[in-house]
Design a binder for this molecule. Structure first.
Ligand SMILES: *[C@@H]1O[C@H](CO)[C@@H](O)[C@H](O)[C@H]1NC(C)=O
Ligand SMILES: *[C@@H]1O[C@H](CO)[C@@H](O)[C@H](O)[C@H]1NC(C)=O
Ligand SMILES: *[C@@H]1O[C@H](CO)[C@@H](O)[C@H](O)[C@H]1NC(C)=O
Ligand SMILES: *[C@@H]1O[C@H](CO)[C@@H](O)[C@H](O)[C@H]1NC(C)=O
Ligand SMILES: *[C@@H]1O[C@H](CO)[C@@H](O)[C@H](O)[C@H]1NC(C)=O
Ligand SMILES: *[C@@H]1O[C@H](CO)[C@@H](O)[C@H](O)[C@H]1NC(C)=O
Length: 391
């Protein structure tokens, strides 16, 4: 008993010494609350910032990223519960009604249930409603939203292809599927949990299995990015999270399938093995250094790829029964977070982090990004939930 307590203590202190304190900074709740106060009515949502001064640019609700800002107060509500000591020290964290703020920010998403142009990204749009059910499982508005968005995504499934379609295309025979779809399967599992409609779960599993055969190279990298032979880091990160998440849903059920776990591991291994020596996640693992502009001589980072990967690795660590693997994914996540914090933490920006790459080919990079920030907070919460950090 004493032995295992000592081991736990050593493990806690070892992790605590590497975990960046910014993950639990009092600036986080302050920035989120301040941003929420700047939003117009009718509401528009932050997606990414200007490059020079980190000012949020706002977008109409019918945009794929609209669910992230409304999800952020729910993450801060979890933080209050996970980190009671922190809450007593941080007045804004403690005194804000985060659930109420999350609910009021979410209302702009409700009209999208009946009409939106977001294709597969309805999964992301449904996130705040899934978080609402964690605090109020009976909330009919949230239940309705999840079931509507899930039906919308299910209607994008083609049984011949074995996938949900990402976007509609001018040529209907051109069936586009990107790795990001793996993230959006969550809404199908969530609706399955509410309705027990097994069609939804089997669509998610078929999509995942088709992705394994068609979207992943032999070395565990994924197609999508700078070139046909390169690997886009955020796509790889969505994949780690997506497969770990699908495995989480089937683990211990009649659908349990080790291939899903093995795929998450292969993607994670590739990601960790391809981070350069400086520890900074580039926007594409094969991207060239910039030949001009303010980042001349640098391979631009994507801080959102780093924070999504950290969440994926921690989720994978949670579903692992193998202790060595658990340790590897956890250490990898903490290293990524520590390095991206030292590069990209920006106290004076509206966003938490800079150095995000929204879309390098479209020259949209060196920004803060709303999902990068959301997953930064979520990563801190996961570390706290796993007992790996004291907050
Ligand atoms: C948030 O807004 C308050 C009031 O305007 C201001 O004092 C504070 O510095 C802001 N905090 C951050 C982190 O921007
Ligand atoms: C931030 O920069 C943008 C141009 O990129 C400018 O329009 C805006 O006024 C600046 N905001 C502040 C607060 O300096
Ligand atoms: C249910 O969730 C919706 C959408 O987030 C919110 O507007 C509403 O206040 C919630 N209602 C209750 C009773 O919790
Ligand atoms: C289950 O979900 C599928 C896909 O949305 C739908 O077509 C079907 O009608 C649902 N079944 C029931 C019994 O509601
Ligand atoms: C950054 O990454 C390097 C290389 O992966 C690692 O050795 C180092 O510990 C990381 N830095 C921090 C602050 O965690
Ligand atoms: C990160 O952003 C800063 C400017 O905010 C820039 O100077 C630096 O080169 C960027 N680094 C990477 C790796 O993107």
């Amino acid at each position: 008993m004493l032995g295992s307590l000592l081991v736990l203590f050593l493990a806690l202190t070892a992790y605590a010494s590497q975990t960046p304190p910014e993950l639990f900074s009092s600036l986080i709740p302050q920035k989120v609350l301040n941003t929420s106060r700047t939003l117009p009515s009718p509401i528009k949502y932050p997606q990414y910032t200007t490059t020079g001064n980190g000012t949020w640019l706002l977008f109409a609700p019918d945009t794929w990223t609209s669910g992230f800002f409304p999800s952020t107060p729910y993450a801060l509500d979890s933080r209050v519960k996970l980190c009671p000591d922190q809450a007593t020290k941080q007045s804004v964290l403690a005194s804000t009604d985060w659930i109420n703020l999350g609910r009021s920010l979410s209302t702009g998403l409700i009209p999208l249930e009946t009409k939106n142009t977001q294709g597969h990204d309805v999964g992301f749009l449904s996130m705040p409603f899934m978080l609402e059910l964690l605090v109020n499982p009976q909330n009919e508005t949230a239940i309705h939203a999840i079931n509507a968005f899930a039906a919308d995504l299910a209607a994008r499934f083609n049984p011949t292809v074995g996938c949900t379609r990402s976007w509609d295309t001018a040529d209907p025979t051109d069936f586009t599927v990107i790795i990001d779809n793996m993230m959006n399967l969550e809404v199908l599992f969530s609706s399955f949990a509410l309705t027990r409609n097994t069609t939804l779960r089997s669509i998610a599993l078929t999509h995942a299995r088709t992705t394994i055969t068609n979207h992943i190279r032999a070395d565990g990298s994924t197609w999508h990015g700078f070139s046909d032979s390169s690997t886009w880091s955020r796509g790889q990160a969505w994949g780690i999270y997506g497969f770990a998440n699908v495995y989480r849903h089937v683990k211990g059920t009649e659908e349990e399938d080790e291939v899903l776990l093995d795929t998450a591991r292969r993607l994670a291994e590739f990601f960790l093995d391809h981070i350069p020596k400086d520890g900074i996640v580039p926007w594409d693992f094969n991207a060239p250094v910039e030949s001009s502009g303010t980042l001349k001589g640098v391979v631009p980072s994507d801080s959102s790829a780093a924070t999504v990967a950290a969440n994926g690795l921690l989720l994978l660590a949670q579903v692992e029964d193998n202790d060595d693997m658990k340790q590897r994914w956890t250490n990898g996540a903490i290293d990524i977070l520590a390095n991206i914090t030292s590069l990209a933490w920006r106290p004076r920006w509206q966003s938490l982090l800079s150095n995000g790459t929204v879309n390098r080919p479209q020259n949209n990079f060196a920004t803060g990004i709303v999902y990068g920030d959301y997953y930064y907070i979520a990563a801190g919460n996961m570390l706290a939930e796993m007992g790996l950090v004291e907050c």
